[in-house]
Design a protein around this ligand. Structure first.
Ligand code: GDP
Ligand code: MG
Length: 164
């Protein structure tokens, strides 16, 4: 099986960190500056012996009139159109934002299967109370992940393959 999995979400939630963690190499630039990943970045990845193509995207700011941010949104839309499964990355430290809700609506419109990743759940064995807000996005069960530490990425990829 050679599915395409796209990593989307608003800027700075940790998409590139997650991408690098799954791919096992530092291919995508991780930076605190929102919007650093402007182009789509592809890499082959593997989970339990199954290969897939992972695509990092620059991030989606749904309502921005900024030229770069709207180009990033177009790139993300292209990645969504080509993907078999979407990993929607959110950030537990900011809770659910209006942009998260907008991206969720955009993803629901795409009709593609979506796996909801709540990133930056860095604590072991407990999730912050904000984690539960993410059920309200209507995308099914959120999965707690720490892309920096690697916790939860196995559960995330299991969910991806259930939808492939
Ligand atoms: P992107 O814009 O969505 O691609 O986000 P990046 O991967 O560039 O990460 C943005 C910032 O969040 C960087 O400072 C990362 O180190 C940080 N970050 C990413 N994942 C995690 C995580 O799981 N836990 C914590 N605490 N920080 C993270
Ligand atoms: Mg990035």
């Amino acid at each position: 099986m050679n599915g395409i999995v796209a990593v989307v979400g608003r800027p700075n939630v940790g998409k590139s960190t997650l991408f690098n963690r799954i791919v096992g190499k530092r291919m995508s630039i991780v930076d605190d500056t929102p919007g650093v990943t402007r182009d789509r970045i592809y890499a082959k990845a593997e989970w339990l012996g199954k290969e897939f193509m992972l695509v990092d995207t620059g991030g989606i700011e749904p309502d921005s009139k900024d030229v770069i941010l709207s180009q990033m949104r177009m790139q993300a839309q292209l990645a969504i159109d080509k993907a078999d499964v979407i990993i929607f990355v959110t950030d537990v430290t900011s809770g659910v934002t209006a942009n998260d809700a907008d991206v969720a609506a955009m993803l629901q419109k795409s009709g593609k299967p979506v796996v909801l990743c709540v990133n930056k759940c860095d604590g072991i064995g407990e999730v912050p109370p904000e984690f539960y807000e993410f059920y309200n996005l209507g995308l099914g069960d959120p999965i707690a992940v720490s892309s920096v530490h690697g916790h939860g990425t196995g559960d995330l990829l299991d969910a991806v393959f259930e939808n492939m």
